[in-house]
Design a protein around this ligand. Structure first.
Ligand code: TYD
Ligand code: ZN
Length: 406
């Protein structure tokens, strides 16, 4: 499978083929699974700009529907993270006269609420209606649209240039990334910055985190690919910082080309990426082989425990669960349910495999023998919260970076 690159038109060769998958965040209602949408989950790298991307593109209207269930403030650690980011902007970038901040994919308003409370002009651009409503309730101004070049032009005409543009776990979701970058170049003030943080290819490869691959992640960014993409649209990568959140992310800072000094961190990370072979097809092919090993090991372990009469329940229903359970063929016969704290996911099913999602109380009320941790990027928070489970002899199953029991 080959496709033209969405950024530069080069050739993308499909190196990782995980087969047919439903949408990661579909979470259908029981009885509403007859016409589930499936696509072929193939990921590859561009020959020219090294951008890692999905080969098959799912229309964004299908993905960010009005009931889009992901809530950014669902984890206490994430909430604190976004409040700290907002405070950082207030202290550094939003100190001039009447500053203006724009967030792409403002979700439930967790970041902008802090900016709004400080009385700073802001605008969230968020097409999913339910989460947009949640942010309005927090006093956040929202434009219920997809961000692209046209939106950027209209925002600039109405509000003037942006001092800060921000996006978290959303920029890599946008298949029309080229238009977003063109829009950022249009909307940013000469002194402005476009900051975004997204799952990092280096961490994904290092952890064999194949479950980060699903329909919403149109791209998996690297420093090298982002530097090249920025350059193409009149922007410049001036800083990049690795972060632990979401199982390994990178925070990129783009500025109008030539407007700001470039941090030495950028060069250091580029060297590290070269040493890790991040720009090579062979690295992705090796990753695909390791993903198959994880699949075989996890399936064998779960089947084996099940055959021994052990009860295994899933913990967390992130979008990632859709990739793992479909790729491994793990259904409700092996895992009767998975618990998740997000109310809008409870009572629904994991797409494709149809494992029911229940409230965390279903887990704590009747501890299983094993808990398969699908929300592995929240391991610390969850294991602390469910200390009693382990104290009573319960064991956690993890599959990142390999299958193991703790
Ligand atoms: P997350 O990893 O944030 O997102 P993604 O869907 O992009 O992979 O999802 C974490 C999920 O785990 C989310 O549905 C909420 C759930 N969760 C719990 O059920 N309990 C918890 O204590 C935490 C931290 C998360
Ligand atoms: Zn390319």
């Amino acid at each position: 499978m080959h496709n033209p690159c969405r950024i530069c038109g080069g050739t993308v060769k499909g190196s990782i083929d995980l087969g047919r998958h439903p949408r990661g965040n579909a979470f259908p209602r029981p009885g509403d699974t007859a016409d589930e949408f499936f696509y072929r989950l193939v990921v590859g790298m561009c020959d020219v700009c090294t951008m890692v991307q999905l080969l098959e593109d799912i229309p964004q209207e299908v993905r960010y529907h009005d009931e889009y269930p992901y809530h950014a403030s669902g984890s206490a650690i994430h909430r604190r993270h976004f409040e700290e980011i907002a405070q950082g902007f207030l202290d550094t970038e939003l100190t001039g006269p009447d500053p203006f901040a724009v967030e792409i994919g403002s979700n439930d308003g967790v970041m902008l609420a802090r900016i709004a409370r400080a009385g700073v002009r802001h605008l969230g651009v968020e097409p999913s209606r339910q989460v947009a409503e949640m942010s309005r309730a927090k006093g956040v101004r929202v434009l219920p649209e997809f961000f692209d070049e046209g939106t950027a032009e209209r925002i600039r005409a109405e509000h003037g240039p942006a001092d800060v543009m921000f996006g978290a776990n959303v920029i890599a979701h946008i298949s029309h990334l080229a238009s977003v970058l063109r829009g950022a170049a249009l909307l940013l003030a000469r002194t402005g910055v476009f900051v975004f943080e997204e799952p990092y290819l280096g961490s994904v490869v290092e952890k064999t985190a194949f479950d980060i691959l699903y329909d919403e992640h149109s791209f998996v960014f690297s420093v090298r690919a982002i530097q090249a993409a920025a350059e193409r649209f009149g922007l410049e990568l001036v800083d990049a910082r690795p972060m632990e959140i979401h199982g390994g992310s990178m925070r990129y800072t783009l500025a109008p080309a030539g407007a700001r000094p470039v941090s030495p961190r950028v060069g250091e990370l580029l060297e590290k990426e070269a040493a890790q072979g991040l720009g090579e097809h062979a690295t992705l092919e090796e990753f695909a082989r390791r993903a198959r090993t994880v699949r075989d090991d996890l399936t064998a372990l779960v089947r084996d425990l099940h055959a021994q009469g052990k009860r295994i329940v899933g913990y967390g229903a992130p979008a990632k669960i859709t990739t793992v359970t479909n790729y491994c063929g793990i259904g409700p016969d092996l895992i009767p349910f998975v618990c998740d704290s997000t109310p809008s996911k409870q009572g629904r099913l994991v797409a494709g495999t149809h494992i029911p999602v229940r409230a965390p109380e279903a887990f704590s009320a009747d501890h299983p023998d094993y808990a398969l941790l699908f929300a592995w990027n929240h391991a610390e928070e969850i294991m602390a919260k469910e200390r009693e489970f382990a104290e009573r002899g319960g064991r956690w199953i993890l599959y990142v970076p390999d299958v193991h029991i703790v």
